[in-house]
Design a protein around this ligand. Structure first.
Ligand SMILES: Cc1ncc(COP(=O)(O)O)c(C=O)c1O
Length: 301
């Protein structure tokens, strides 16, 4: 579909993928505009599960192999090599790994230009982090200050792929307390009606989301484990979180769920996807309705 639509560039993950794109394009009598994703073996200093630029990660091709991979495919008439691509990870909180990635990418693009490829752009990927816990965070200006000097060495347009930094703060997951209980050792649980099926990040990356009661009680804060209802012990949103008293039916909101929230939701445990509501000042609109059991069963025979 990408070839038939003539998308700007298809970023390929491997030499094999380039060859398969070439074959598909040839079959359609089209020329696919491609870039290769390179893996520079740079530690993005983020959570291991969202680090993508180390040589132990599955992503891209080793930086040092890229030049040969382009050269070997120079004569494929159904491919046009228009760029180079890198994406070293997500929730990156310091500029230096991003600068090093830009440096590596620009050096490769200069080598490829020397080899006779007309590189039209470099693609720096995404990765800019956001402040989930209110700690200082790299700003877009600091990011630019780190990478622009590198990019200027080449002087071609730059493609960026920010995701989280654009939408992360824009979402909240609102759920309801469905049970509270206390263990003999004193540990208190608030079970809410959302879980890893609606927000997977805490279970997947042990990630932190601020949790706020929608109508906080005027009571001292105590430590709560806020957990989901799914049959997994990793279905935990927060441990020992200081919160005012919570009671059944209270609404609580998990903040900063605009990125990697709803898109990672699943039907695990036969749970139905939650509705999505767009809030614009005082107006709100349901922009995706609640999934029904009929929606889910409709796929089955
Ligand atoms: C290739 C690529 N580009 C961009 C992004 C967006 O990353 P982020 O949300 O960290 O900006 C991702 C995220 O997985 C990705 O895989």
């Amino acid at each position: 579909m990408a070839i038939s639509k003539g998308v700007g560039t298809i970023n390929a993950e491997s030499a094999g993928e380039l060859d398969r794109i070439a074959e598909v394009a040839r079959g359609m009598y089209r020329v696919a505009r491609v870039a290769l994703r390179v893996n520079p073996d740079i530690d993005a200093q983020t959570h291991a599960n969202i680090s993508t630029g180390l040589k132990s990660n599955k992503f891209g091709v080793p930086l040092h192999d890229a030049r040969a991979i382009y050269a070997e495919r120079r004569r494929l008439t159904s491919l046009k090599f228009v760029g180079v691509h890198i994406h070293i990870g997500s929730q990156i909180t310091t500029a230096e790994p991003l600068r090093r990635a830009a440096e590596a990418l620009v050096s490769l693009a200069m080598d490829l230009t020397e080899d006779g490829f007309s590189i039209e752009h470099v693609d720096l990927g995404g990765g800019l982090g956001i402040a989930y816990e209110g700690r200082p965070m790299i700003t877009p200006s600091e990011y630019a200050a780190a990478v622009v000097p590198e990019l200027k060495r080449l002087g071609v347009p730059v493609v960026l792929e920010p995701g989280r930094a654009v939408v992360g703060h824009s979402g909240a997951l609102v759920c309801r307390v469905v049970d509270t209980k206390q263990n003999p050792d004193g540990r208190k649980f608030a079970v809410v009606d959302a879980g890893m099926t609606e927000l997977m990040r805490p279970a997947l990356y042990n990630s932190y989301h601020r949790i706020v009661p929608v109508q906080p009680r005027d009571s001292p804060e105590t430590a709560w484990d806020v957990v989901g209802p799914i049959c997994e012990s990793s279905d935990v949103f927060a441990r020992d979180r200081l919160l005012p008293e919570l009671r059944v039916n209270d609404a609580v909101a998990l903040l900063d769920t605009g990125a990697y929230g709803a898109v990672m939701a699943s039907n695990y445990n036969r749970r139905l996807l939650a509705p999505e509501v767009l809030v614009d000042d005082t107006q709100w609109t349901v922009i995706r309705r609640h999934q029904t059991i009929d929606d889910v069963l409709a796929l089955e025979t």
